[in-house]
Design a protein around this ligand. Structure first.
Ligand SMILES: O=c1ccn([C@@H]2O[C@H](COP(=O)(O)OP(=O)(O)O[C@H]3O[C@H](CO)[C@H](O)[C@H](O)[C@H]3O)[C@@H](O)[C@H]2O)c(=O)[nH]1
Length: 340
């Protein structure tokens, strides 16, 4: 029998890609999503249960109905700025609901958990590239909420034998190489999709948040990682947990940092279009440089990123932008019967 995996938040950007890759790798994914941020159509032919992950009754029914081998959890709120102005919502969902999910797993004897953690747990880096030993000093509620869950997971492993892999994403970007899935946040706040909206003429320009950082060109440096490579790391972490290994934590990035200006230059190269840029103030909570040291994921998981090149990441995102929002999408729109 194929192992069944619960993908919480599997209708979202990374969760839907994970669902697709799990099925391709021979697993049976079951998606739990309340569709507050996810899209029903992103789940494709796979089983979707629409419910709130904080609801005890819904969780019990689901964990009763299926024998899950593992749970992957992608259903967090992810905007740093919003977490500063609405911390209650972030702690309630990212910590409270995650603990409720973990308690349901304990009640039903599901022992393997893969958690989407983040570079934001490290705060302003003391050094780069950032390895797993780097101090955890998050500087915003989003990062704190993720670090709290990592600590909760340590306690759940000691007390209940629930083993977990925490994967700390640096900047997830790109789209499915077949362009079946891609980024579609409402509202969109991430740099690469916004830059590509400007290239496509869906927005007038891109605002660069701060040009006075202590970096070579004054703009923030990030380590962009392709969404498919992130999902590959999840598959490897899943194998590792299912083989009976202890809980693990891995930083996931390509180890190469690109400034905002370099990202916009790369997007101009890939799209062949000129992208208008505007100077804006710094965005609260942005560390100047975030670059991963992913040596541990490579040596212990055997993880090998397939799309480490920034231009390849942007090219997939650009194809997705055109396929999903461009002229082809507009031509398809009138044929649709109504909202879905
Ligand atoms: O219109 C924009 C949007 C972003 N940026 C800049 O581009 C860089 C990347 O910003 P993103 O919003 O794309 O990504 P973040 O680094 O802020 O966010 C990533 O890391 C966060 C934690 O640090 C969260 O995990 C988040 O979900 C994840 O995408 C930042 O310096 C940001 O200030 C701009 O200059 N203009």
């Amino acid at each position: 029998m194929k192992p069944t995996i619960l993908v919480v938040g599997g209708a979202g950007y990374i969760g839907s890609q994970m669902t697709r890759q799990l099925a391709a790798a021979g697993y049976v994914p079951v998606v739990l999503d309340d569709l507050s941020n996810g899209r029903r159509e992103a789940v494709g032919p796979h089983r979707l249960v629409v419910a709130d992950m904080g609801e005890r009754g819904a969780l019990d029914a689901l964990l009763q109905a299926f024998q899950f081998d593992a749970v992957m959890h992608f259903a967090s709120f992810i905007q740093v700025g919003e977490s500063v102005t609405e911390p209650g919502r972030y702690y309630d969902n990212n910590v409270g609901n995650t603990v409720r999910l973990l308690q349901a797993m304990v009640r039903h004897g599901v022992r393997n958990f893969i958690f989407s953690s983040t570079a934001a747990i490290f705060g302003d880096p003391a050094y780069v590239p950032i390895d797993e030993r780097h101090p955890k000093e998050p500087i915003n509620p989003y990062g704190r909420s993720k670090w709290m869950v990592e600590q909760v997971l340590g306690d759940f492993e000691s007390a209940y034998g629930l083993r977990s892999s925490c994967l700390r994403y640096f900047n997830a970007a790109g789209a499915d190489p077949d362009i079946a899935l891609g980024e579609c946040h409402q509202p969109e706040t991430h740099l690469i999709p916004l830059v590509l909206q400007a290239a496509a003429g869906r927005r007038a320009d891109i605002t660069v948040y701060g040009e006075d950082y202590d970096t070579p060109d004054g703009t923030c440096i990030r380590d962009y990682i392709h969404v498919s490579d992130l999902c590959d790391a999840h598959l490897l972490a899943l194998q590792q947990l299912r083989a009976g290994g202890p809980g693990t934590r891995y930083n996931l990035g390509n180890g190469a940092g690109y400034s905002i200006r370099e990202v916009i230059d790369a997007a101009e190269r890939v799209t062949g279009r000129t992208i208008a840029r505007k100077s804006g103030p710094r965005r609260a909570g942005d560390p100047p440089v975030l670059v991963a040291d992913a040596t541990l994921a490579k040596s212990e998981l055997g993880w090998r990123p397939r799309f480490a090149d920034l231009d390849a990441i942007i090219l997939h995102a650009w194809r997705w932008e055109q396929e999903h929002f461009g002229a082809a999408a507009a031509a398809r729109a009138p044929a649709r019967s109504g909202p879905d």
